[in-house]
Design a protein around this ligand. Structure first.
Ligand SMILES: C[S@@+](CC[C@H](N)C(=O)[O-])C[C@H]1O[C@@H](n2cnc3c(N)ncnc32)[C@H](O)[C@@H]1O
Length: 389
């Protein structure tokens, strides 16, 4: 399988593709520093630095397109109510590339709020554009802490699978038998009727005018979708916590300043876990307010590229400090030295922006393993996504 990686950053999808023996033949990012890291790590061969809009013609044919694309507003002009116009956005580049090359798969990654922004209008626009291309779309919200990382990071993954020519998915009587991102146990709680509805595209709701936030899991094709709130790995707590990834002998440059230490003297105890994150104290006693001190018995709050977040405060043993760049790498599932060519200061943003390779890997592995709705024996199960009634 040949893959391309758009908006490649420091190569989160690339790390995952490499471990799945998927060959990346083209990558692109506009950020010189992210490109420097990418080249240092993966060599010079496939990376094209620059604005993706000027490089579309250089993209080779491929079987898999991956992209953690920037979230931009869609224009409110020129489309039907409930769906906006993606023209002029970076997301449109993805649609163009998929239309031109028709890869067998695409995998996109984005922030959780994509599902809820503007009461679902943003996601409806994305779904409608992708599902128009004759791809079966499946999306699912995943949390890094359920996939072996010590971080509460919720990201939506969108998988598209090209419909083989002549497979009339939209005709009545075609039954969806399997999913990629939801397993049998994930959907076992659905009533029989609900499961049948999932398997019958003619029972799916129109994307247009949906008007409310989209659920955590769903399927979509040709202007329609089916979805529900999946109890995502609800039985699993984090398998790895922060204390498992902390560095030893951390230099004192990561310690709090005296001024901060003085301030936190006014903190009030909270001492509870919120979404896996241990909150020891803060200035209001609420979940996450000024001068919050986090513990290391839980997971980290979402790492981001926002500079102020890089100075979040942790109590580690009897020390108060921020996390190191190496700890950021580990919390995101990268090798300790993945960003070694960037300054310590810049590494935080690069890691915070990236897709964690273990999350990307979980999704890539699911492309080849079909999960069935029915309880048929495995050999039969593996065979086909669809069955004609
Ligand atoms: C959310 S980050 C994706 C990070 C990546 N998945 C990783 O693992 O590091 C979005 C990326 O899009 C890049 N980007 C933004 N505008 C771009 C453009 N016009 N052309 C190419 N890349 C762009 C940014 O530099 C950033 O690295």
């Amino acid at each position: 399988m040949d893959a391309i990686e758009l908006f490649s950053g420091i190569g989160g999808f690339r790390v995952a593709a490499d471990t799945c023996a998927i060959k990346t033949t083209f990558a692109n990012d506009i950020d010189p520093l992210a490109c420097k890291v990418y080249r240092d790590h993966f060599g010079d061969g496939v990376l094209h630095e620059g604005d993706v809009r000027g490089l579309v013609a250089a993209i080779p044919r491929h079987d898999l397109l991956t992209a953690g694309f920037p979230c931009q507003p869609f224009s409110s002009a020129g489309k039907k109510r409930g769906i906006r116009d993606p023209r002029g956005t970076l997301f449109e580049v993805i649609v163009d590339v998929v239309r031109t090359h028709r890869p067998r798969w695409f995998v996109l990654e984005n922030v959780k709020r994509l599902l809820t922004m503007e009461r679902g209008l943003h996601f409806a626009t994305i779904l409608a554009s992708l599902a128009d291309l004759d791809y079966l779309i499946e999306w699912r919200l995943l949390n890094a802490m359920h996939l072996g990382l010590p971080q509460n990071r919720q990201r939506v993954f969108i998988v598209g699978e090209a419909m083989p020519p002549g497979e009339p998915f939209r005709s009545t009587g075609t039954r969806l038998k399997s999913t990629r991102l939801a397993s049998l146990s994930d959907i076992a709680h659905l009533s029989v009727k609900h499961r049948e509805d999932a398997a019958r595209p003619d029972r799916w709701r129109p994307i247009e005018n949906h008007g409310v936030r989209f659920p955590h899991w769903g399927l979509s094709y040709d202007g329609r979708f089916f979805g529900f709130v999946l109890p995502i790995f609800s039985d699993r707590g984090p398998s790895v916590t922060l204390k498992h990834v902390l560095e030893r002998d951390v230099p004192d440059e990561f310690d709090f300043t005296d001024a901060t230490l003085k301030w936190i003297g006014k903190n009030r105890a909270v001492e509870r876990f919120v979404q896996g994150v241990e909150i020891l104290s803060n200035q209001s006693g609420g979940a996450r307010m000024g001068y919050t001190i986090f513990g290391v018995n839980g997971v980290a709050p979402t790492l981001t590229s926002t500079t102020s977040r890089h100075y979040e405060r942790y109590r580690v043993g009897d020390r108060y400090r921020r996390l190191t760049n190496v700890e950021y790498a580990r919390i995101q599932g990268f090798d300790d030295d993945h960003c070694r060519v960037a300054s310590v200061y810049d590494q935080y943003s690069l890691y915070g922006n990236a897709v964690p390779p273990p999350m990307a890997k979980w999704v890539l592995e699911r492309l080849s393993s079909t999960v069935q709705f029915s309880n048929e024996p495995r050999s039969k199960r593996q065979r086909n996504l669809f069955e004609h009634a």
